[in-house]
Design a protein around this ligand. Sequence first.
Ligand code: ADP
Ligand code: GN1
Ligand code: MG
Length: 366
Amino acid sequence: MHDLRQVSTLFDMRADFVKATAYGSGHINDTYCAWYSHAGSPVRYIHQRINPNVFNDPIRLMENIERVTRHSLDRLIAENHPDAYRRTLTCVPARDGRPFAIDVDGHFWRTYPFIERARGYDEIESNPQAYEAAKSIGAFQKLAADLPGERLHETIPNFHHTPKRLQALEAAIASDAFDRASSVATEIEFARARAADCPVLIDLIDRGSIPERVTHNDTKLNNILLDETTDEGVCVIDLDTTMPGSALYDFGDMVRSMVPSSREDDGTAPHLQVRLDRFESLVTGYLDSADFLNEAEKSHLTFSGKLLTLECGIRFLTDFLQGDVYFKTNRPQHNLDRCRNQFGLVLAIEETFFEMETIVQRALNR
Ligand code: ADP
Ligand code: GN1
Ligand code: MG
């Protein structure tokens, strides 16, 4: 636990610090919810320590986030949105005016207003949630498409370069630093058997068939806050990986997190299934806002779900072999369970691929 009272002094809070607790279930950053008294009224903020093992250039990362969130806010205000500061993250400035602060240990921190009356879900509960979340991501991509200025920084280069993710797995198998490779022979075999899938999207991007867009790149359900009473999409959060990418990375990662019949870390899920009803809601919600997709993008929607799930499973397996250094874990085989779950979902998608395609076609032809 960091000294959050101390952290709070680094920002221009204009409110009295009361208390803070660790918050959320993100796998990457250290997130705290802090209560303040603002001229006597209770108000909450999020203080977040940026994970230095994952992001090696926090200044550029925050430059991206500052640009994207200002652009969203400007748009919302121009539209006279009554809820503008709840519909986008906004950076609370540090004492020196920058959108981040550095503590005595050299850690980078940022502060956001807490988005109230909204929730992020680790596990989906209903079809309207899939519809709303996906609609929010389509809208986010649309808004990001007219972000003025230079190309955003790549905060994690090759983040969704699936062949490189497979290479990283091979390197982890070769070094086998924790002597775990023999215990995961089945999972290694599963990944290797799908090597031919890995370059499909990257090749289409390289050939120019799929355009580069500004995308979020980490669109799992709990990174989209939904209104706690209506389920309406309220705010897209976790903007660390918002950078040049493919719309299909965002769509595929939503499939990964919203269609399975189990939690991401349930490694023993028997007969993990694709919930086709969830998938239909997801596709419909996404297409209702993402009205800019080209033919190559449209024809790879289902495939992107399979690929992003495979890629994520490969990343969990790699981290397991490397001694659990990237994703936060809270039990010894946590990453392995996550990997098994993702690979179970890949299989389920393979088995229902044609039904999923039919749903996509139906949604496109509405
Ligand atoms: P990580 O990169 O570790 O996933 P996130 O930015 O996603 O970090 O934050 C972790 C969790 O904290 C989110 O899933 C969400 O539940 C919560 N959270 C983050 N920012 C806010 C915010 N501004 N308002 C409310 N909840 C937030
Ligand atoms: C991480 O940060 P979080 O928990 O929202 C990861 C994603 C993975 C996801 C798997 C920066 O997302 O890429 O898909 O875990 N984020 C980063 O749950 O690596
Ligand atoms: Mg997150």
